[in-house]
Write a protein that binds this ligand. Structure first.
Ligand code: AP5
Length: 319
């Protein structure tokens, strides 16, 4: 059961017995179990829905004080109206998962940062370049066509890339855990298509790296075909001789090809940036990989905190 509630009515509640103090438009129902009296309350506003379940037992865990200290303002009033013998066991809907884009010149460190971001935040990493290389490796018709453009450092045509990325983003894991889109969109037509499909990012991370550094990073890059991990002969060398022996190099990782890729990047980057300027965070990608990640981490952390506060999500809900 759900209904519309005037939040201002909840913000300053009077300390009265439970239910009696709740606004008339709040919905509620109770279980019939004689052992456990469970009640459900639901509230909805234009952009937020909260379901609150509480059990009337003598055990109070987490303590009401803990909930009060963590609750956003409008929930504090609500929690206050429950007696000491009532335990709030769940409150508020989990916030929407993050949807992030990461962009930057070739070898600016997108893939490297994506490894660290997914490890910590559990987002689904969707890399346009990886999807294309998988098609090339599979020997499909799309892969065969894509390779012709990739070898010249040019953008693969939209009719191949756009649907590939769309299909990946529509898979249930990306919907459930949120996504981290790497190297897409690279043109205004790709950005427009994404928007039309309803994929709107929360944040656009732009890695900013000096051009001579990019060339050095490309020629020294190696990949582990077993784990998919990205290495660099100088900056991130393989941990063991065994890994070193199996490392491979990408077919477009030569000095000559990276210059073509850089040229393509410069031709398209402004058009893409202009579409996301309100949500763009520019990060200095010349620093060490851990320092770059520290900056990204703090931005994502703040974004998540804001989102939790906005949705009325309580940490205690995780217990
Ligand atoms: P793609 O695979 O996306 O290549 P890219 O954009 O050129 O980017 P890279 O993968 O080369 O670099 P990265 O930024 O991920 O850097 P990494 O972390 O590996 O695309 C390939 C091709 O596919 C394109 O040219 C195009 O043809 C096609 N394509 C892709 N997307 C497309 C799209 N949307 N539309 C049309 N066509 C598309 O790091 C590089 C190296 O530096 C590594 O060795 C790493 O260890 C090292 N490193 C990373 N960070 C640091 C650091 N902070 N300090 C020191 N070393 C570092």
């Amino acid at each position: 059961m759900a209904c519309i509630v005037n939040f201002s009515a909840i913000t300053q509640p009077k300390p009265q017995p439970c239910f009696a103090s709740l606004p008339a438009s709040t919905s509620s129902h109770r279980s019939n179990s004689p052992k456990l009296q469970t009640s459900y309350l639901s509230f909805a506003s234009n952009n937020s829905r909260i379901s609150l379940r509480y059990d009337r037992t003598l055990a109070v865990s987490p303590p009401r004080e803990t909930l009060l200290s963590k609750a956003p303002n409008f929930m504090v009033g609500l929690i206050s109206c429950f007696s000491d013998h009532e335990q709030i066991v769940a409150a508020a809907k989990k916030p929407e998962p993050l949807k992030i884009m990461i962009s930057g010149a070739p070898a600016s460190g997108k893939g490297t940062q994506c490894e660290l971001i997914t490890q910590k935040y559990g987002l689904v990493h969707v890399a346009a370049g990886d999807l294309l290389r998988a098609e090339v490796a599979a020997g499909s018709e799309n892969g065969r066509r894509a390779k012709q453009f990739m070898e010249k450092g040019q953008l693969v045509p939209d009719e191949i890339v756009v649907m590939m990325v769309k299909e990946r983003l529509l898979r249930p894991d990306a919907h459930k855990n949120g996504w981290l889109l790497d190297g897409y969109p690279r043109s205004s037509s790709q950005a427009t298509a994404l928007k039309e499909f309803g994929f709107e990012p929360d944040l656009f991370i732009l890695l900013d790296v000096a051009e001579d550094t990019l060339v050095e990073r490309v020629v020294g890059r190696r990949l582990d075909p077993v784990t998919g991990k990205i290495y660099h002969l100088k900056y991130s060398p393989p941990e063991t001789e065994e890994i070193a022996a199996r490392l491979t190099q990408r077919f477009d990782d030569t000095e000559e090809k990276v210059k073509l890729r850089l040229c393509t990047h410069h031709q398209n980057v402004e058009a893409v940036l202009s579409m996301y300027k309100d949500i763009t965070v520019k990060v200095n990608g010349n620093l060490s990989k851990n320092d770059v990640f520290a900056k990204i981490d703090s931005v994502l952390d703040e974004l998540l905190e804001q989102r939790k506060a906005g949705s009325g999500y309580l940490e205690a809900n995780k217990a």
